[in-house]
Write a protein that binds this ligand. Structure first.
Ligand SMILES: CC(C)(COP(=O)(O)OP(=O)(O)OC[C@H]1O[C@@H](n2cnc3c(N)ncnc32)[C@H](O)[C@@H]1OP(=O)(O)O)[C@@H](O)C(=O)NCCC(=O)NCCS
Length: 242
């Protein structure tokens, strides 16, 4: 059974503690969510103010008991009706969209949502990233994002996109770089009939009768002054087992 602490570039130390078959019963504690990543803060965590509490990242839909807490956490940051928020959170599933939550012991302290990008099948869009107000600036956001990236790799996704207004520095420290705006709306248009290809092939008789794709939906995201960022997920593990 693996228990991990993670490290960011500065001073947060993630340590993987590996129990190989020694405490078999213990592993059942972590087998509920195949993608859950548990971070045992222990003594090291205590040194960084984590209070020695175990951190874990789990999909919300596997822990519906946190639905209301999660709704409150997000709505404290971005006001919306509980009904609308709960409706959105209840869509979380093993495929995208997925709401991941960060737990410290039994307390929910963070949320983020991974969504489909219709035009980029191999990537996802992370949004509604939030850490409980009183716990910000302690490295939890970094831990959470890194574990979310590991989760995405397990879904065979190769990149994560996001948009932000004001948190560029936080994301750039995590390796995200600015990119052109993307739309997270609309349905998937296969590359073979994507607009640019259709234009290029107009003169080709073989594709003359291919109907033009529907107009791309108007994206409110594209109208905003938000900064779009992307991170390519490397195949190498970012979390080192020791
Ligand atoms: C953005 C957020 C998730 C970051 O979580 P966090 O736990 O506070 O972040 P960390 O403590 O891991 O910070 C990591 C680094 O980013 C920096 N950072 C975090 N937020 C920052 C900000 N708003 N501006 C500049 N730097 C920031 C930290 O100083 C830290 O840098 P350091 O390693 O040099 O000390 C959290 O502040 C939050 O919930 N904010 C409100 C909601 C929000 O704006 N979400 C983002 C939507 S795009």
């Amino acid at each position: 059974m693996d228990i991990e602490l993670l490290t960011n570039d500065k001073n947060i130390i993630f340590i993987y503690v590996i129990f190989v078959g020694v405490v078999q019963d213990f592993s059942s504690l972590f087998s509920v969510d195949p993608f859950s990543v548990s971070c045992f803060a222990g003594a090291v965590g205590g040194a960084f103010g984590w209070g020695g509490m175990e951190l874990s990242v789990v999909p919300l839909h596997n822990h519906p008991e946190y639905m209301m807490d999660c709704c409150r956490l997000i709505n404290e940051e971005w006001k919306r009706s509980d009904t609308a928020r709960l409706h959105s959170l209840q869509n979380s599933c093993d495929k995208l969209p997925t709401s991941l939550i960060l737990l410290q012991g039994k307390n929910l302290i963070g949320h983020l949502k991974l969504s489909v990008i219709p035009s980029i099948k191999e990537a996802c869009f992370v949004e509604s990233v939030v850490i409980a107000t009183s716990l910000r600036g302690k490295g939890y956001g970094t831990i959470f994002m890194r574990n979310a990236e590991e989760y995405c790799k397990k879904l065979n996704l190769s990149a994560i996109y996001l948009s932000t207004k004001g948190q560029e520095q936080f994301y750039s420290k995590l390796g995200y770089t600015e990119c052109p705006p993307i739309s997270i709306y609309g349905s998937y248009i296969p590359k073979s009939i994507a607009p640019q290809n259709v234009c290029n092939k107009q003169k080709d008789d073989t594709v003359k009768h291919v109907p033009p794709p529907p107009p791309l939906p108007i994206s409110t995201t594209l109208k905003t002054k938000k900064t779009f960022m992307v991170k390519q997920l490397s195949s190498s593990a970012t979390v080192t087992k020791i």
